[in-house]
Design a protein around this ligand. Structure first.
Ligand code: F6P
Length: 363
């Protein structure tokens, strides 16, 4: 790519700690080392459809390394191929991809950098098929993207969830209760598994291993008989009973992925009281896991991913995203990230380790 060419950045889907660190890395390297011009698209694909953008110069990204959220704003409902509009009170979905293609051309964008999870990167992949030069950067607290070992934001979410579990231990012990901590992650159990182990959860429930209430009740009763009068259960929002379904917190009709999970902790709490006869309370970590300052790990990862993305831009490796493979960064076709979510494999070493120290998975 030649000096003076224009790169546009957008952030799509749910926000997560570290996005600003990525924006900063892309802008600093692109302007310093390649003399590219960078603009920021506001509110994800919505801003690309509505042509809302602003310049992102080197100085505009100073001081944002530790800032949570995204300075550009985001949307987890705006899909150019199925864009929700209200007409006479009726919700309709329209294909607005032609507006995106037109704006990319009129703005003279030589590369569109899409920072997002599977939804955002699937759209990026489709735009690439239609001729838009795109580079992706994987982002989600859920850590469920294919084509990368890890996403930035995940480490911070695990730290926050772990701190929550740590704090729950003392009150659980004081009152001899079962305490349930519900964490995010959609259909993948990465946050629950990692925070559950780090926080010393006695029972960890993840979507990949359907649970049985009698198995959970047996575990808390056994602990109680042994004199351990409190138990900690870490449950992923997508966990479900054997033969049953997930619990939905709300439906967002204007979203192409309308189901928002949440509430399984409360359902479980009631069942445990009924079956095991032990007083139970539930805490939902919720959006706390997405807020605030990114960990040192995520800031470093975000900086690595952002600067590597500029290499892909410079080499015209469009239609790819930056991925982490072991200790190295690789380029991965966007179609891989678009091909579905990466759940916890049942033979994952962390599951084995947890079982070895006596953790129950409710199976
Ligand atoms: O994908 C990130 C995530 O935080 C999920 O863990 C969670 O299920 C979802 O987003 C929540 O979405 P919203 O912010 O729309 O409630």
């Amino acid at each position: 790519m030649r000096a003076g060419e224009r790169v546009a950045i957008l952030t799509g889907g749910g926000d997560c700690p570290g996005i600003n660190a990525v924006i900063r890395a892309v802008v600093k390297k692109a302007t310093r080392e390649r003399s590219l011009e960078v603009i920021g698209i506001e509110d994800g694909y919505e801003g690309l459809i509505e042509n809302r953008h602003r310049p992102l110069a080197y100085d505009d990204v100073a001081g944002i390394l530790t800032l949570g959220g995204t300075i550009l704003g985001t949307s987890n409902t705006a899909n150019p191929y199925s864009y929700a509009v209200k007409e006479n009170g009726e919700l309709l979905f329209k294909d607005r991809s032609s507006a995106v293609l037109r704006n990319v051309e009129e703005l003279n964008i030589s590369c569109l950098v899409c920072i997002g999870g599977d939804g955002t990167l699937s759209i990026a992949s489709s735009l690439f098929q239609q001729g838009v030069p795109v580079v992706g950067i994987p982002k989600t607290i859920d850590n469920d993207l294919r084509g990368t070992d890890i996403t930035f934001g995940f480490n911070t979410a695990v730290e926050i969830a772990t701190e929550g579990i740590d704090r729950i231990h003392t009150t659980a012990q004081s009152h001899h209760r079962v305490m349930i901590v519900e964490v995010m992650g959609r259909d993948a159990g990465w946050i629950a598994l990692n925070a559950g182990i780090a926080g010393g959860g006695d029972i960890i429930l993840i979507p990949e291993i359907p649970f049985r209430i009698d198995s959970i009740a047996r575990k808390v009763q056994e602990r109680s008989k042994k004199g351990r009068r409190s138990s900690i259960i870490v449950v992923a929002e997508g966990a479900r009973p054997k033969g049953g379904g997930t619990v939905t917190r709300r439906l967002v009709p204007e979203s192409t992925d309308p189901v928002r999970l949440g509430g399984v902790g409360f359902v479980l709490g009631q069942q445990i009281e009924e079956v095991a006869g032990i007083e139970t309370r539930t805490v939902v970590m919720g959006h706390l896991q997405r807020g605030g300052v990114p960990t040192a790990f995520d800031r470093t990862l975000a900086t690595r991913l952002g600067t590597k993305a500029v290499d892909l831009i410079g080499n015209h490796q469009f239609g790819t995203m930056v991925g982490v493979k072991g200790d190295t960064l690789v380029s991965v076709p966007l179609s891989i990230a678009a091909g579905g979510v990466r759940v916890v494999p049942l033979d994952h070493p962390l599951i084995q380790s947890a079982r070895s120290v006596g953790t129950c998975f409710g199976d």
